[in-house]
Every structure is written in structure tokens, then in C-alpha cells.
Write a protein that binds this ligand. Structure first.
Ligand SMILES: Cc1cc2nc3c(=O)[nH]c(=O)nc-3n(C[C@H](O)[C@H](O)[C@H](O)COP(=O)(O)OP(=O)(O)OC[C@H]3O[C@@H](n4cnc5c(N)ncnc54)[C@H](O)[C@@H]3O)c2cc1C
Length: 503
């Protein structure tokens, strides 16, 4: 790899300036500080950052990188907090940042219910567009900040409150390593081809998530109709009951088509971290979910869910109307704890109804960009396993054992992403100012990943430091060998996001 050391970075800049505006190339150390600063205290060097304005500029960047063997690392908004933020897996990449210019909503089809967006488009931007233009459509949002991207989140297989993000994807437009432009679902250049990814021929869109096969320049995503009826619900689990039985019940409700969202089960550490004082939440677990659709159907589903979950604890249904009513009626007499509770309920209900916000982030970090938080360090590891009693308890036991050993508070969220699987989202907070604690927690993250692999629990989403552990221990070698061969074929100079997901 040509590493364009400090002497010839000016040569690289000159070459880039043949097709990029000078102000869209940054390499001053001071300018790069923001890119290196990250909530997980990962450390990487960066060659420079570029901000392309168009697909043709990206094609030029890729062709130059191919010629000169330069490593590229595209980011959409770079808010991959807990997994690496804006940083590449390898040192010395050129970061291609789409947040500055490539943030256009190219199209919204109000009758079919889809949007074509560029990578820099944020959750808030699209949600506002849908509202202001009275489209009667909504975006399924994640619990992360309102300024996070939709495309970057899909590319790391993020999870929203009603769907996994990969499920809302219809097609990608991609610049390949040779500069060619590809559309993943296009047959005969006909819109129906784009909208039906499972028509003739292999479906290519899956090749581009959690990999490094191309640079995504736009995505076509599904939107949801604003439902006629909607209620959020929470189950406050009785303390003597373990979390496995209600999760199995939720799986059954999902199999029956009664649950149509991603339910989130938070352990006590997770609850405390979002409620800060936490004194009013002594429950070992809470479960959150959403019921929405046409009134006659969704109302009935709410009744069925209520009846099914009641044996496990207190079930409360709420919506924005109820939250506002309580505030209006009892505003002055509400104590601090109830106010916090109502704020959390409102944040959750907003997520369920497609209103992105940074309130969830702020409950942990007091500000909306965790990378800027002064002392709180944060790292994520996500795994996936079948919704069965043994796997649920294996996941929890591994976390509990290591939590004690490392004196670390491990927050767990068990998210029902399908009728088959739970995503176990494990987050660990630490003191970012302490070098030894940072080292300890980075080490814990790797150990946890290996524990999960030892127990046949698969990784789902991995931070940039732990990617090197992937597939070295996977017995399913034919899968990884094919991925490697594809990478070598599509990107022979290995210029796009080298080593992302260890590919
Ligand atoms: C408290 C908290 C709560 C969170 N809640 C959630 C949640 O509910 N759900 C969830 O999914 N995440 C959550 N996150 C994690 C994270 O913040 C989000 O996933 C966020 O959406 C990722 O950042 P981004 O969208 O800016 O993507 P980016 O950081 O821009 O992209 C992610 C990765 O995708 C690749 N990539 C990006 N753009 C391109 C491109 N154009 N071409 C090729 N590759 C590209 C890069 O490898 C990049 O590192 C949470 C984080 C915190 C701290």
C-alpha cells in the first residue's frame, strides 16, 4: 500500500484537487482531531478527510485510490458510537465523509411509500421532510441520535424500533472499486425491478452490508404508513420472574403475527443508565414494545398482548395523548421521578412513532454527541441467538460472570428482531479519562466476544477493535472463503474499507 507519508501528503492533496474543491480536502492535524475523538477511546491515524459532492467525484477518488493503492474508508454521518464512531478499521485511510454534501433526499414516492436517499441524510432530515410535506408516511427510527444517518446504519445492520434496518432496504446504488456504478436491484432499468429485489437473478444488496465491497451513494428504503391506531407498551417485570419466559411469550406472539415491532428488554443496569437516578426502577428487567395499525386490528392486538404479559408483571399502555394529558393535569405536582418517567415514556413513544430524537443519548451522556462527552466512555458488542431459554440464559450468564470479574457494569438489551432471533446488545460504560480502565474494558470486550463464540452465540455487530477476531474461529470456512474471493475479485487492490468485518 502506498502510504503517502508526511512528505508526500501534499502530492496526494494536489492529485485529489484535480477533481475535488480544495476546501473539501482536510488534512491539518487540528481538523482531524474531531475525526479521531471517539467515545470508545479507540486510536487510529487518518491520512486525510474528503467531502465529495457527487457520484462522479467518488468515481474519481476510487480510480485514483486504485492507481496509487490508497486505502479509503467511507462514512455517512460517522456516528457509529460504541462501534468506532468515525474511525476506520485500519490506520492511514482517507475518510470519505458524506455528511457535508451528499445528503440529498432524491425522491419520496408517497403512494408506494418509499424514499431514495443519499448517505448523508439523517433520521431527523427525512422524518421532517415526511412531516412537512404531509406525506402520511413515517420512517422507522433507531434509539440513536436524530443526526445519525440512515444509510450508515443500514450498512452496519442497525436495529430500529419496528424493524431491523436491513429489512427496510430495497436497493443500493454503489460505486465499485473500479469506478463502475451499480444498482443492486435493477433489472432492465425498470422501477419495478428496483422495488422487487427478489425478482430474477441473485439479490446483490446483502453483499454490501457489513462488508467492504463498494461505496454506497444512495439507498432506496421502505417507509411506513402513519397508523390509524398506535400505543406503546411497557412490561415492568416482577422481580422473582426471570426474563426468559416473557421473551418466549413474545416470540409466540410474534409467530402469531400479534407483535409487529422489535421489542426491547432492558436489564437493570441499562434501565439505570437511561433513568440516571434510577431510584424508582427497581425492576430487574423492563420490556418495551409498540402496537400499531388499523384500529380494529391493532386494538385487538393490544388486548391480546396485555393478557399474555400480565402474569409476568405490570403492563402499561401509553401514547403521546396520555403523556400530555398527565402533564397537563398533574404538571405542577409531579415529583422529579415522575417527570423523568414521563420523559422516558415520551422518548420511547417518539421512537415507536417515527420521531427521531437525541433524548435517549442525552439520558446517558447529557449531550447529543457521545464523542464529545468528557468522561463517559462507551463500547458496544452485539450478538444474535435463537429465542430459546438456554440461549437467553447463556448470554446473560456470560455477561454476569465477566461483569463481576472485571468490576464492570454491563448493560444488556435483548431485542426481538424476528420470530427466530434475539439481538443481545451489550454496552459497557467506563471512565474515559483513565488509561488503565480503557485498556481493561477493551480487553473485556474481546474476552466477551470469545466467550460468546465458545458458547455458539454468533456476533451480530462488532466494534472496529474486535473485528480481527471474526471468522478466524468460524468452522463455516467455505462461507468466509467465498467472501474473501469475492472481495479479491471486486476490489483487487483492497482499497475500500480494508479489514472491515475482517474481510
Ligand atoms: C446510547 C446509544 C444508543 C444507540 N441506539 C442505537 C439503536 O437503537 N440502533 C442502532 O442501530 N444503533 C444504535 N446506536 C449505535 C449508532 O449510534 C447508530 O447505529 C448510528 O446510526 C451509526 O452511525 P451512522 O448512522 O452515522 O453511520 P456511519 O457511522 O456513517 O456508518 C457506519 C459504518 O458503515 C460504513 N459506511 C457508512 N457509510 C458508508 C457508505 N456510504 N459506503 C460504504 N460504507 C459505509 C462504515 O464502515 C461506517 O463505519 C446507539 C448508540 C448509542 C451510543
Amino acid at each position: 500500500m502506498n502510504n503517502y507519508g508526511s512528505d508526500n501528503i501534499s502530492v496526494l492533496k494536489k492529485e485529489l484537487s484535480n477533481f475535488l474543491a480544495m476546501e473539501d480536502i482536510e488534512n491539518d492535524e487540528e481538523q482531524l482531531i474531531d475525526y479521531k475523538l471517539n467515545v470508545s477511546n479507540f486510536v487510529r491515524s487518518i491520512k486525510c478527510v474528503v467531502y465529495p459532492k457527487s457520484v462522479s467525484e467518488i468515481q474519481s477518488i476510487v480510480r485514483l485510490a486504485g492507481d496509487k493503492k490508497i486505502k479509503l474508508y467511507p462514512i455517512s454521518q460517522g456516528k457509529n458510537w460504541g462501534f468506532g464512531s468515525k474511525l476506520a478499521v485500519e490506520n492511514d485511510c482517507i475518510i470519505i465523509d458524506f455528511s457535508r454534501h451528499m445528503n440529498n433526499i432524491r425522491k419520496v414516492d408517497c403512494s408506494l411509500g418509499y424514499a431514495v436517499i443519499e448517505p448523508g441524510v439523517t433520521q431527523e432530515q427525512l422524518a421532517n421532510y415526511l412531516k412537512i410535506n404531509n406525506t402520511k408516511l413515517l420512517l422507522d427510527v433507531t434509539g440513536s441520535g436524530k443526526d445519525t444517518s440512515i444509510v450508515g446504519n443500514i450498512l452496519d445492520k442497525g436495529v430500529g424500533y419496528n424493524n431491523t434496518r436491513a429489512e427496510i432496504l430495497l436497493y443500493f446504488e454503489v460505486v465499485l472499486a473500479n469506478g463502475e456504478l451499480l444498482s443492486t436491484g435493477a433489472i432492465y432499468n425498470n422501477e419495478s425491478g428496483y422495488l422487487a429485489p427478489y425478482t430474477i437473478g441473485p439479490d446483490l444488496k446483502g453483499l454490501f452490508t457489513q462488508s467492504n465491497f463498494g461505496i454506497i451513494t444512495s439507498a432506496c428504503i421502505k417507509l411506513r404508513k402513519i397508523p390509524e391506531y398506535q400505543k406503546s407498551f411497557v412490561l415492568l417485570l416482577k422481580n422473582k420472574i426471570s426474563i426468559d419466559s416473557p421473551l418466549i411469550k413474545l416470540r409466540e406472539l410474534k409467530q402469531d403475527g400479534v407483535i409487529n415491532c422489535v421489542t426491547h428488554a432492558f436489564n437493570n443496569t441499562r434501565i439505570k443508565s437511561i433513568s440516571k437516578s434510577g431510584s424508582f426502577f427497581n425492576h430487574s428487567w423492563i420490556i418495551l414494545g409498540n402496537v400499531a395499525g388499523i384500529k380494529i386490528k391493532a386494538k385487538n392486538e393490544a388486548k391480546i398482548i396485555n393478557k399474555a404479559l400480565k402474569p409476568y408483571g405490570t403492563v402499561v399502555f401509553f401514547d403521546s395523548f396520555r403523556i400530555q394529558l398527565i402533564r397537563k393535569l398533574f404538571g405542577i405536582v409531579l415529583n422529579k421521578n415522575l417527570k423523568i418517567l414521563l420523559n422516558i415514556a415520551e422518548t420511547i413513544n417518539n421512537f415507536n412513532t417515527g420521531i427521531p430524537s437525541s433524548d435517549g443519548i442525552k439520558t446517558i451522556f447529557s449531550e447529543d454527541n457521545p464523542d464529545n462527552s468528557s468522561s463517559i466512555g462507551f463500547i458496544f458488542l452485539a450478538v444474535v441467538f435463537p429465542v430459546d431459554i438456554s440461549s437467553i440464559n447463556t448470554c446473560i450468564n456470560i455477561c454476569n460472570k465477566r461483569s463481576k470479574e472485571f468490576s464492570a457494569e454491563i448493560a444488556i438489551s435483548l431485542n426481538l428482531i424476528s420470530e427466530y432471533c434475539l439481538e443481545g446488545l451489550i454496552s459497557i460504560q467506563f471512565n474515559r479519562l483513565s488509561k488503565s480502565e480503557t485498556k481493561n474494558i477493551h480487553n473485556l470486550s474481546k474476552i466477551l466476544l470469545n466467550d460468546f463464540l465458545d458458547n455458539k452465540i454468533a456476533p451480530y455487530r462488532v466494534n472496529i477493535n474486535d473485528m480481527e477476531c471474526l471468522f478466524t474461529r468460524d468452522p463455516h470456512l467455505s462461507y468466509w472463503n467465498l467472501i474473501k474471493e469475492l472481495k479479491a475479485f471486486i476490489d483487487p487492490n483492497n482499497i475500500i474499507s480494508p479489514k472491515r468485518y475482517n474481510v
